[in-house]
Design a protein. Structure first.
Length: 252
């Protein structure tokens, strides 16, 4: 194994036991750990708006039920579409660089949610303007959905065929747990300091900014950890043939 400049690794051969056992598995496990963490935060950001829409009325923004559903749909749509370019980004930029970039992109939806959504300025805008601004903020959360495909693609290059299922299963589980963590922590975060009596009212104030702010330290840690500790493999190549075959299918 040769470690090139910038954490690029040449001659990665996980199928070779003599390579895998002494050092290969340790490097793969390190990359898996940071990949799981970055993907976990990505999933949390991706589903943030399932909680945000339930509390928009509490900050003076009243939308119809169909408009609320639209705000939860947009991040899913954007995240699903981004999974295609995100997959090809790993061979292009390297797993280390792209994990860093994709994690850092999570700052955008978090800051938009923390600054724009709870602002008094937005609450005083016309209804249509409110909806369009909220749609942009919600769409930005879609970057969290793209993290899944790039993370899975990257980790698949590190592990031998006999161990890929277990590694990718852990990676996917770590990411999907972000949904549960988000749905547990965010409702608690936005009511910090609010008297219990006020929470029993039909409409009560919430600290919507906290829904975005609580993720900023974790995003910073994921970005730093990926850049500092992860690696890229020079022989990582995108499997374009399977994608072309999939797009030829009418169901796709």
């Amino acid at each position: 194994m040769t470690l090139a400049r910038g954490h690029w690794i040449d001659d990665w051969d996980p199928e070779n036991e003599a390579f895998w056992e002494p050092a290969g598995h340790k490097i793969a496990r390190k990359n898996l750990g940071w990949s799981m963490f970055a993907e976990h935060i990505g999933f949390s950001i991706w589903v943030l708006w399932t909680i945000v829409v339930l509390n928009l009325g509490n900050i003076g923004i009243n939308l119809s039920v169909s408009e609320l559903f639209l705000l939860t749909l947009v991040p899913n749509l954007i995240g699903s579409l981004l999974r295609i370019p995100y997959t090809f980004a790993v061979p292009k930029f390297g797993g280390r660089a792209w994990t860093t970039i994709s994690a850092a992109l999570l700052f955008i939806p978090s800051l938009l949610l923390a600054i724009v959504v709870p602002s008094g300025w937005l609450a005083h805008q016309a209804h249509d303007a409110q909806l369009w601004i909220l749609l942009v903020c919600a769409a930005a959360a879609g970057v969290g959905g793209g993290n899944f495909s790039s993370s899975m693609a990257n980790i698949s290059f590190f592990y031998p065929e006999r161990k890929k299922g277990f590694a990718l299963g852990l990676n996917a589980a770590g990411g999907n747990l972000g949904v549960a963590v988000c749905q547990l922590l965010v409702p608690l975060a936005i009511i910090v300091g609010i008297p219990a009596a006020a929470l029993k009212l039909p409409i009560h104030n919430v600290h919507m900014a906290y829904a975005g702010l609580i993720w900023l330290p974790l995003i910073a840690l994921a970005s730093f950890g990926a850049w500092r500790y992860m690696d890229s493999l020079t022989q990582a190549k995108a499997d374009t043939t399977s994608y072309v075959a999939a797009f030829r299918n009418s169901q796709t």
